[in-house]
Design a protein around this ligand. Structure first.
Ligand code: BV8
Length: 228
């Protein structure tokens, strides 16, 4: 990778699958149990806040029983050892990248271990249930929602992401189906700016044809092989 200095890595649910966290679109996936419209849109939250809070309470509790796998650990190692720039943009709301030691992680779809107050707009660390939550730790209002980007909501830090994609020499996508935008369009954004593109995924994704190279297999094996 001698002519490569700036790397952007995009991760999806597939990088956490071997840690025991359900993906979205597998047979036993999260969306199989729930229609997206029922749990991951602002309209769903307005219509049935308890159903939505329970969906995220369950996942918040589950994430805290899981651990990073060799793919998370390899990316954290790359970040420590790489002498160029590395930005990990994750669609995932778990904290496994951070628990593996990665520091420069951008959660474009939010974080399950945060709560967001709709009254004062402050985000706080939150590991318990939000259904019977007390008021916001900042303003006391009972206005806490999951700090998650739902369908129809703008993902976080898009300008920072596009700046990194336009400066990237290499874009690597790990464990994502390429089904959700704007993340699914990042490969084209990076390629148009001259970056090499690599996909590491269990199956071919909806965007595989956009990548210069696709390697099929488990992230827990492919990512350490790529990093090392
Ligand atoms: C936006 C948080 C605009 C929730 C998620 C109509 C109205 C509004 C918007 C739209 C619309 N129609 C289309 C859109 C755009 C929409 C979209 O893309 N819809 C799709 C369904 C067509 N996007 C949005 O709404 C986005 N916002 O457009 O805003 C805007 C503009 C201005 C102002 C305001 C708004 C917001 C999208 C974010 C939604 N939130 N997550 C939660 O987590 O509960 S999306 C959710 O799906 C995940 O977070 C993830 O990001 C996304 C994709 O899932 P993946 O991570 O790829 O997981 P998946 O299961 O699909 O695939 C796993 C892959 O891993 C598979 O390929 C599998 O083979 C592989 N794998 C499995 N095991 C392994 C493995 N690989 C390696 N190793 C293994 N072991």
């Amino acid at each position: 990778m001698s002519d490569i200095r700036n790397i952007v890595v995009l991760t999806g649910a597939g990088i956490s699958a071997e840690s025991g966290i359900q993906t979205f679109r597998a047979e036993d996936g999260l969306w199989e149990e729930h229609r997206v419209e029922d749990v991951a849109t602002p309209e769903a939250f307005a219509r049935d806040p308890e159903l939505v809070q329970r969906f995220y309470d369950t996942r918040r509790a589950a994430v805290q029983t899981k651990h990073p796998n060799p793919a998370h650990e390899a990316l954290a190692r790359l970040e420590r050892e790489w002498d160029g720039s590395l930005l990990i943009v994750t669609q995932n709301i778990d904290d496994l990248h951070e628990r593996a030691g990665a520091k420069n992680v951008l959660h474009m779809h939010g974080e399950i271990l945060n709560a967001w107050c709709r009254a004062c707009d402050v985000r706080s660390k939150w590991t318990g249930s939000l259904i019977d939550a007390p008021g916001c730790p900042e303003c006391g209002e009972s206005a806490l929602r999951p700090d998650i980007v739902w369908f129809g909501e703008m993902p976080y830090e898009m300008e920072r992401i596009y700046r990194a994609l336009h400066a990237a020499d290499l874009f690597v996508s790990i464990g994502t189906s390429g089904a959700v935008y704007p993340a699914a369009g990042f490969v084209c954004e990076a390629a148009a700016a001259g970056a090499r593109t690599l996909e590491l995924n269990l199956d071919r994704s909806e965007g595989s044809h956009h990548f210069g190279e696709s390697r099929l297999g488990k992230a827990g094996e492919l990512v350490p092989q790529w990093v090392d």
